[in-house]
Design a binder for this molecule. Structure first.
Ligand code: ZN
Length: 284
């Protein structure tokens, strides 16, 4: 059913990138800028992520010999450096997820660039070099984001939802592009666990040879009963076989190699899709 099938390493049926968005208390502080200091129970709920869930995840993934991608806001890197070092020590990839979990498409483009720069600075200061990958906080990718990512040398984005396999995002007024590793809201634990606790939908990646990027939050899925279900899912996939478990920087390496060798060409999309709101809405 996939029109442009991509070969995965060692004949794997599909690729699985279980990605974790380690928001900690960044999003909570961004969305409650005036009141967060007095919302103590909510603070404790969001800090469960770095303080309790991250060490648990690191230990359990090490037992299964899995190395995954963690998207982390720059502010969280600054605030919880020991947790970042623990993830790095275990071979996980740290990719960038804004600075304070700002919603890029709800702020001015200058403000988007300002927060993006602060995120990059925080990342480089702790990690030594810039990130290869980016996920827009809340998937709020703006029509200016692609340019900022390209200017910063980011190689892949994982915020959009336009395919089942990697594709290319091309800038309209230049020849520059980066790789898009798409996911979908239904593959994010937030709508399920934050609203109805139901993890009933799984994309049939294995059957169709796709790239399964799921999005997880330590504050939600690192809790005991839910994390037991996460580990059961991982054990199920490992036992099924034919699955390439990969960090997104490894998917990036693989796709770039296929392209360089001329073995596979991604479908390409040009951004922005619309320069402005649809003219149909103008009453002039
Ligand atoms: Zn997030």
């Amino acid at each position: 059913m996939i029109a442009n099938p991509i070969p995965w390493p060692d004949g794997a049926r599909c690729a699985v990138a279980m990605t974790w968005d380690m928001d900690a208390d960044s999003a909570f502080n961004w969305y409650n800028q005036e009141t967060a200091d007095n919302l103590v129970a909510a603070q404790s709920w969001t800090r469960y992520d770095p303080l309790i869930a991250i060490p648990r995840l690191a230990e359990q993934f090490a037992r299964r010999d899995l190395r995954l991608t963690f998207f982390v806001p720059g502010w969280v890197i600054e605030k919880y450096p020991a947790q970042i070092d623990l993830l790095l020590k275990n071979g996980h990839e740290i990719a960038l997820h804004g600075y304070l979990h700002e919603r890029s498409n709800e702020i001015a483009k200058e403000d988007e660039l300002y927060w993006f720069g602060r995120g990059l600075d925080a990342y480089k200061k702790h990690l030594g070099a810039g990130p290869r990958g980016w996920r827009a906080p809340s998937f709020a990718f703006s029509k200016y984001s692609l340019r900022y990512l390209l200017d910063a040398g980011i190689e892949y984005d994982s915020s959009l939802m336009g395919d089942d396999i990697p594709y290319a995002l091309r800038e309209a007024d230049s020849n520059r592009s980066l790789l898009e590793f798409p996911t979908d809201w239904t593959l994010d634990d937030f709508p399920h666990y934050a609203h109805n606790r139901d993890l009933g939908y799984r994309m049939p990646a294995w059957e169709f040879g796709a790239l399964w990027i799921s999005v997880w939050h330590p504050a939600l899925s690192g809790r005991l009963a839910r994390f037991r279900a996460v580990l059961e899912l991982l054990d199920y996939m490992q036992a099924k076989g034919g699955v390439w478990f990969a960090r997104l920087d490894q998917v990036c390496d693989h796709v770039q190699k296929l392209m360089a060798e001329g073995r596979w060409t991604p479908r390409s999309e040009t951004l922005p899709i619309y320069e402005s709101p649809l003219p149909e809405f103008s009453k002039d």
